[in-house]
Design a protein around this ligand. Structure first.
Ligand code: CTP
Length: 403
């Protein structure tokens, strides 16, 4: 369940080639459990038909103030009932009208009546986007508290290469979710680690583990949504970095130790989700190790890696909150509690690995959270973004006032 569940989103579509992407946005919002109302300009109707939005949103689409009224004042109704409003794509003309409070069509009239948070996603030719008048209008809107999602860089329909592309619909949905999330971590600096570490044997081989990074990335994203300034230190994974998160890419345990320890002093909350490789080859060969015809096998000597979490536990100040993770195959509670003590943690989130629905590669997780005072609480099986929010709830519940 996401924050979008049960919320009403008003989507404005203006006349740019990227209007087709707004169709997918409606689908994503509906899939996340939101209700969607759509308002379109006349120019938008030249790119995508009204029926497409009507079918996907399961609501009448507002295109004309005079024809869409069915007894009530439809545009005022949808403006009043939305929890968030977004314009994607927003043309330069639409941006200018909104910045100056003009209301000369159904879309701008509807948006003037919106009191919920508004997200504008400008998409246009690079030179138009960079035009000082367009930038001035976007600045004006931002100063008025309107959220702006900057366009992506790329090759545009007009073949210009530069900023101006409408970001992917999932990213727009992500920002709407962010707008709707309560900012209970505002003012906090959160440092999160994620993924495996990778310990090279030679230039082509390595020692690592099955961590996908999904849990750590979900924690970083959830903290950012809740208003924290987030730094994510990540081992090699195949996930896109969460939007709005300062992401630092590392490979080995040593790299991760350096990245975490140099940043931990500035953090209020540190969450070590990474599955750090406990061992590394005692030496890394510079050249690929070749098979030898006189040998059936080879022996790889491993040495223990430094325990990053333990080092952070030794260094942490009383005003910092340190969270560890524990992946166990057995004796979950006993092992987790031991790790709290050994690593001087405030809290540990422990789960059993090996099941199909929990642990490394899964999209879901089930955890028990243990606190340093001996108490514990369970998180039932749910998807990892929801687990991430539960973990942050647990942290917030334990933060002393002012800490
Ligand atoms: N951890 C770490 N550095 C290591 C090993 C683990 O920072 N070299 C952290 C993990 O990121 C996790 C916590 O310690 O937050 C517990 O990791 P886990 O692998 O469950 O435990 P270990 O301490 O490695 O002990 P064991 O493998 O014996 O269970």
């Amino acid at each position: 369940m996401t924050v979008l569940e049960g919320k009403q989103v008003l989507l404005g579509v203006t006349g740019g080639i990227a209007a087709y992407k707004a169709v997918e946005l409606v689908r994503l919002l509906k899939k996340a459990g939101a209700g969607v109302d759509v308002a379109m300009t006349g120019a938008a109707l030249r790119f995508v038909g009204k029926t497409t939005f009507e079918v996907l949103s399961e609501n009448p689409v507002i295109t004309n103030l005079w024809e869409d009224s069915h007894g009530s004042v439809a545009h005022i109704d949808v403006a009043a009932r939305c929890n968030a409003a977004v314009i994607a794509p927003a043309t330069a003309n639409c941006v200018a009208k909104l910045a100056h409070g003009l209301a000369d069509d159904a879309l701008t009239t509807t948006f003037l009546a919106v009191t919920a948070p508004i997200l504008i996603c400008p998409a246009m030719n690079t030179h138009m986007y960079e035009n000082i008048r367009v930038q001035r209008n976007l600045d004006l809107l931002e100063k008025d508290g309107v959220h702006i999602l900057d366009p992506d860089f790329g090759t545009l329909a007009c073949k210009t290469v530069g900023p101006g592309r409408l970001p992917d619909p999932w990213l727009i949905a992500d920002r709407i979710e962010q707008m709707l999330t309560f900012k209970d971590l505002a003012g906090k600096n959160v440092l999160v680690s994620a993924g495996p570490t990778l310990e090279p044997i030679d230039p082509v081989r390595f020692v690592s583990n099955h961590s996908s990074g999904k849990m750590g990335y979900a924690v970083a994203r959830a903290a950012e949504m809740r208003g924290a300034a987030v730094t994510l230190v990540t081992g090699p994974v195949s996930l896109s970095p969460p939007v709005g998160v300062d992401t630092v890419f590392v490979q080995t345990c040593h790299d991760m130790a350096e990245a975490m320890l140099t940043r931990m002093d500035g953090a209020d909350i540190i969450i070590q989700v990474a599955a750090v490789a406990d061992f590394r080859p005692d030496q890394q060969e510079n050249l690929k190790i070749k098979k030898r015809s006189d040998q059936d096998g080879m022996t790889l000597t491993l040495v223990q890696n430094p325990d990053i979490l333990r080092a952070m536990g030794e260094r942490k100040r009383p005003d910092q909150f340190l969270v560890g993770f524990a992946a166990e195959t057995h004796d979950l509670a006993a092992n987790a509690v031991k790790k709290i003590e050994k690593k001087n943690l405030d809290m540990i989130a422990a789960n059993l690995v090996g099941g199909k629905d929990t642990g490394f590669q899964a999209d879901t997780n089930e955890m028990t959270i243990f606190f340093k005072d001996g108490s514990h609480t369970g998180i039932p099986l749910m998807d990892k973004p929801a687990v991430a929010h539960k973990i942050l709830d647990a942290v917030l519940g334990r933060l002393e006032p002012g800490r």
